[in-house]
Design a protein around this ligand. Sequence first.
Ligand SMILES: Nc1ncnc2c1ncn2[C@@H]1O[C@H](COP(=O)(O)OP(=O)(O)OP(=O)(O)O)[C@@H](O)[C@H]1O
Ligand SMILES: CC(C)(CO)[C@@H](O)C(=O)[O-]
Ligand code: BAL
Length: 287
Amino acid sequence: MQSIHRLDLLRTSIEAWRDGGETIALVPTMGALHEGHLTLVREARTKADRVVVSIFVNPTQFGPNEDLDAYPRTMEADAKLLEAEGVDALWAPDAGTMYPDGFSTSIAVDGVSADFCGASRPGHFAGVATVVCKLFNQVQPDIALFGEKDWQQLAVIRRMARDLDLTLPDADSIHGVPTVREADGLALSSRNRYLDETARRQAAALPAAMREAIGKIEGGTPVADALAELEATLLEGGFTRVDYAALADAASLQRIDALPDRPARLLVAAHIQGTRLIDNMPVGPRR
Ligand SMILES: Nc1ncnc2c1ncn2[C@@H]1O[C@H](COP(=O)(O)OP(=O)(O)OP(=O)(O)O)[C@@H](O)[C@H]1O
Ligand SMILES: CC(C)(CO)[C@@H](O)C(=O)[O-]
Ligand code: BAL
């Protein structure tokens, strides 16, 4: 595996692969890799000849009081994991490469960005869209893979790619991978490592309460009641704040208060022991 830190060297590798007629998959990450990331990598290997994984802790997607400084940085261990997975290139640019002096551009994706994490983390999705657009331009992949754990992020990136002609409109080139979970149901996340043993055990209440709420909604309980019970369960179970717990149209991310015929999603962000966890699950049609 090549570890690449300079854009000109990345371009040289990309051009050589292209000249050889090979296809390229990109897996963007912020490092601190776990089985969720490695699942994306394994799927990427089945979809393209070459796999590039980027690791960049992107400052512009963190708010002023968020965990940019504390975010785990484990580059050496990450590189070993990626090497073992047969990744072709680790693209690890520094902040100066991504944001050269005078950097003045930002991509705002309206609509899908507005609610949920967009509301509780102002500026977050502009930071994500801008850095992902740059990564796409740098790597020029045939396919890019993202986790469904960050459901709204996936919707924002799909919208941006379609709006800015970054991919062909009908191709599955922004590929979503189902959330990988621990045995107790908690979605794998780099931020889980902030939790002590007690908070980690309590955190499993999040997916459990979500499954319970989905059962109620699918069984006919009014959505508002099921969501209020979900929030109360979390606050009784060790969570200190719920940023949102909502039912939304799975594609447009518009809030809905009753089950539609189209696919819907239950989305939650909640804080435990100072750590903000997010999760989402599909909600089926009313029984
Ligand atoms: N449990 C998971 N299952 C599937 N994909 C995941 C999972 N966790 C992260 N990913 C995906 O990996 C990619 C990189 O995510 P990132 O590096 O931010 O890791 P993370 O674990 O989501 O970290 P964070 O704690 O910042 O949420 C994203 O596309 C993300 O959706
Ligand atoms: C897509 C991403 C790598 C952009 O920094 C990040 O938001 C993430 O890891 O999900
Ligand atoms: N996986 C999403 C990155 C973030 O929370 O900033």
